[in-house]
Design a protein around this ligand. Structure first.
Ligand SMILES: *Cc1c(COP(=O)(O)O)cnc(C)c1O
Length: 340
């Protein structure tokens, strides 16, 4: 059964983005965060493509995500650590835990777990052991010692504070590698790269800092099918709440896309689509499953035609007030995903 909405995914743009980030990472290896189903694109499809390009380090949030990637046999680290109920999966060896707490360290040691990663908190106060808990790590076989930047997408003095707090840990834990930078952190310069970088957003076309403008390419392109075209008389209204009123007669297209697909309500009266070179403004409120477009300028557009949604991430983020992360990770399972 073919879906009435589809997501076109650009393999070459994804690979080019990884290569760009790899190059920007200098001598450090460049990994890939593929948590949240590869930021909404499809974790397996993304990981396979990046592995083909040379990526060797993948990051997910939890063990269910790691399990989903297990069939393709890539090196995966599980950022959220290892709960008691994760131990059978963790000990089976298809992924490495990133130990975050003293309890997780004790659990991993008691079970005789092998190679692991460790997250150190250097000021974000989210996940990770604190710097004064370093003694607990004695005896662990640590592959990668990590920390995470709170403000890498801004020019904040916090970045340098965190970098210094992390850099002083070099040589103190027996870790084979150190890793600090997410996408935005890569642009902060070589001091932030250590041995391994962990980009997510920029791989998928996100622009967390101006340095990525013009270098990172858009990967996702949503398209929706036109379900009905109608003529709306001057003075008539369109959609829930009757918020949009035609000041002269208008041609309106109803397309198969809505906030349940991640096309948020905040695109109401602000978003746009295009048919060829004709811009089609969203009019009225975005519904759960439908959006209305003013197609007065597109005389030939009819039922069954496919319409490209304007979804350039920086612009769509500005239009909707949603972050680029939210826009990507909310793209629904109702989209048929086509990799080109
Ligand atoms: C999500 C995540 C990343 C990737 O961050 P982006 O901002 O998407 O590049 C890297 N490291 C950790 C610990 C993360 O949670």
């Amino acid at each position: 059964m073919s879906a009435p909405l589809r997501l076109r995914l650009d393999t070459q743009a994804l690979i080019d983005n990884w290569r760009t980030l790899d190059r920007m990472s200098g001598t450090a290896a460049c990994g890939a965060a593929v948590k949240a189903n590869g930021y909404g694109l499809g974790a397996i499809e993304v990981a396979e493509r990046l592995a083909g390009a040379g990526c060797r380090d993948f990051f997910v949030a939890n063990w269910a995500e790691a399990q989903a990637l297990a069939p393709i046999g890539l090196p995966v680290s599980v950022l959220h650590g290892v709960r008691a109920e994760d131990m059978p999966a963790a000990l089976s060896g298809f992924a490495r835990p990133v130990l975050n707490t003293a309890q997780q360290v004790a659990r991993w040691k008691a079970a005789g777990g092998g190679a692991c990663d460790v997250m150190i908190d250097t000021g974000m106060n989210r996940l990770g052991l604190s710097v004064d808990e370093l003694d607990l790590l004695a005896g662990l076989q640590i592959e990668t010692l990590m920390s995470h930047l709170a403000c890498a997408d801004e020019d904040s003095p916090m970045n340098e504070r965190q970098r210094v707090a992390f850099a002083v840990l070099a040589g103190r834990t027996g870790a084979r590698r150190m890793s600090l930078a997410n996408s935005a952190g890569i642009a902060l310069g070589s001091d932030y790269h250590f041995d391994l970088t962990r980009p997510g957003l920029a791989l998928y076309g996100g622009v967390p800092r101006s340095e990525f403008k013009g270098t990172v390419r858009q990967v996702v392109a949503p398209e929706a099918q036109l379900l009905q075209r109608r003529r709306v008389a001057a003075g008539a209204t369109v959609g829930y709440g009757a918020t949009w009123c035609a000041d002269q007669h208008a041609e309106v297209a109803i397309i198969n896309l809505g906030y349940a697909d991640g096309y948020f309500r905040s695109f109401s009266d602000r978003g746009s689509a295009c048919f060829g070179s004709t811009m089609l403004p969203v009019i009225g409120r975005v519904s759960m499953d439908l959006v209305a477009l003013d197609v007065s300028a597109a005389a030939t557009l009819g039922e069954g035609d496919w319409i490209a949604i304007d979804f350039g991430l920086p612009e769509a983020s500005a239009q909707s007030g949603m972050s680029e992360y939210e826009l990507l990770t909310s793209l629904s399972a109702r989209f048929a995903r086509y990799w080109g």
